[in-house]
Write a protein that binds this ligand. Structure first.
Ligand code: HH2
Length: 277
């Protein structure tokens, strides 16, 4: 499998890591750590060194209860980091739902739009199609400020799969190539621990949609609920979940701790366990 991201093609024949850089003061695990230009540059260099395939730049926190911010504030955070990231050979992703931010970031050369709202805001799909960029379509139930208030599903796996299939079809209808799409069940976005575990188990079913699957489990509440640890102490739990996700067919793992995740996936691949790796 491969992912066409404008001028770059990402080989997904073995799993790859998307390294997170949150340019936000309030992200749940790394907020405020990469907001200065120097710290951000160091982090970009570290992601290259540690073996990430994708750099995901986030200008707006989507943690439960997060405050929404305007396009101009997002762009002011994003653009200097974007320029620096584009100077590397990695795929550069922008984590945003804002159509204006999407358009400006793609104008500047970003390769991939990672949207927790699956390009649902008016103008978002068109901007991605116009620039021939790639997109990661994530499932979220509700909005960040309320999504963890008693989320309910009759059939979480079926509903998430149907939503992602519908969003992928909307993208194809708007002119985005199927080989430029990634899907993501959105762990922790309007889901209880039981919902998250059901989706993790059902990753092979999401893979049947024929699109690469991304799993974002790093440092999330799912790890905290199982281990009882705060975000800064969830490395081992996050790496374990990354391995499980890959063994169940995920092609891209979104991670804060890139070196550890890359090493773990390399070791798993070397053992031949799981077949595809
Ligand atoms: N999770 C977060 C943000 N963006 N994108 C995708 N595709 N999948 C995810 O699971 C995902 C995501 C939340 O994590 P983080 O960016 O670390 O925190 P915050 O939203 O507080 O910035």
């Amino acid at each position: 499998m491969k992912l066409c991201c404008r001028t770059r093609v990402l080989d997904l024949s073995s799993p790859v890591v998307m390294g997170v850089i949150n340019l936000t003061p309030d992200s749940f695990s790394d907020g405020g750590r990469h907001t200065s230009a120097d710290r951000c540059s160091e982090r970009i260099d570290a992601l290259v060194e540690e073996g990430a395939a994708i750099i995901d730049l986030g200008a707006e926190s989507t943690r439960p209860g997060a405050r929404a911010i305007g396009s101009h504030e997002q762009l002011a955070r994003l653009m200097p980091a974007l320029e620096r990231a584009l100077a590397t050979s990695l795929i550069v992703s922008v984590d945003t739902s804002d159509p204006l931010v999407i358009d400006e970031a793609l104008r500047a050369g970003a390769h991939l739009v990672n949207d927790v709202r699956a390009l649902r805001r008016p103008g978002a799909i068109e901007a991605v199609a116009r620039h021939g960029a790639a997109a990661c379509l994530m499932h979220m139930r509700g909005e960040p400020d309320t999504m963890q208030h008693d989320p309910r599903y009759a059939d979480v796996v079926g509903e998430v799969a149907a939503y992602l299939a519908e969003r992928a079809q909307a993208c194809v209808d708007a002119g985005i190539g199927r080989d430029s799409l990634v899907i993501d069940p959105g762990f922790g976005f309007g889901k209880t621990l039981e919902h998250n575990l059901a989706l993790l188990e059902a990753l092979p079913r999401l893979g049947e949609l024929g699109l690469p699957v991304l799993a974002g489990l790093s440092r999330k509440a799912i790890v905290g609920a199982i281990t009882g640890r705060p975000p800064g102490e969830r490395l081992a739990g996050s790496v374990a979940l990354a391995i499980v996700a890959v063994l169940r067919g995920a092609c891209i793992v979104r991670a804060h701790d890139v070196a550890a995740t890359v090493d773990a996936l390399r070791v798993v691949a070397a053992t031949g366990v799981g077949g595809r790796t």
